[in-house]
Write a protein that binds this ligand. Sequence first.
Ligand SMILES: CC(C)(COP(=O)(O)OP(=O)(O)OC[C@H]1O[C@@H](n2cnc3c(N)ncnc32)[C@H](O)[C@@H]1OP(=O)(O)O)[C@@H](O)C(=O)NCCC(=O)NCCS
Length: 174
Amino acid sequence: MGGRGWQQRLDALPRSRPPGCCCGPGRPTRTLEQWKRNGFGPWAAIEKQTGRWAGRIGLDELPDWPGPHKVEVGWELHREFWGRGLATEGGRAGVRYGFETVGLERIISATMATNAASRRVMEKCGLRFQGELPMAGTVVAWYAIDRADWQDARQPAVPGRTCRRLTRAPGNPS
Ligand SMILES: CC(C)(COP(=O)(O)OP(=O)(O)OC[C@H]1O[C@@H](n2cnc3c(N)ncnc32)[C@H](O)[C@@H]1OP(=O)(O)O)[C@@H](O)C(=O)NCCC(=O)NCCS
């Protein structure tokens, strides 16, 4: 698909973010730039049965994020693909890729505070609510997961161990 085709299809995705956060014109360029710069970025989500392009999912660097950990896991699917667990499946794959392959220490995710579906997907991907921030004229809710907590959650339960490690206090984006 040529550059204009990508732009049109990406522009047709439903938006849930403040302008300038990641959506809007320039998104394909920004995606390609981060793949070149970082060696990772959003994936194309392809429906396995049909090969159709469903949207984009995965790691996405947010250069303007007001904290040191600027790589988020995110999802944007065309409406016809909602409600099938695809965002959760892709989001979990993104988290795993970020920790196992990229070597990130912390992965964040942010959405408009009113986006209950996306917030639910963040929780199902293992991220925990950190707080709300004003951003570009709206309120953003943000979530995060640390590598150590992700690894702990993947370990089989150890008899006698009742507490999980708390590596970072919730609050500011640090
Ligand atoms: C958010 C979005 C990615 C969800 O995709 P999806 O594939 O339907 O998500 P999943 O099926 O994996 O999970 C959705 C979860 O949210 C829940 N949910 C859906 N709508 C909800 C609502 N209005 N309120 C509360 N929970 C809701 C579902 O019940 C499900 O949780 P459950 O499995 O515990 O029942 C999709 O709606 C989308 O692309 N929206 C537009 C773009 C967007 O908002 N992107 C996120 C930017 S941060």
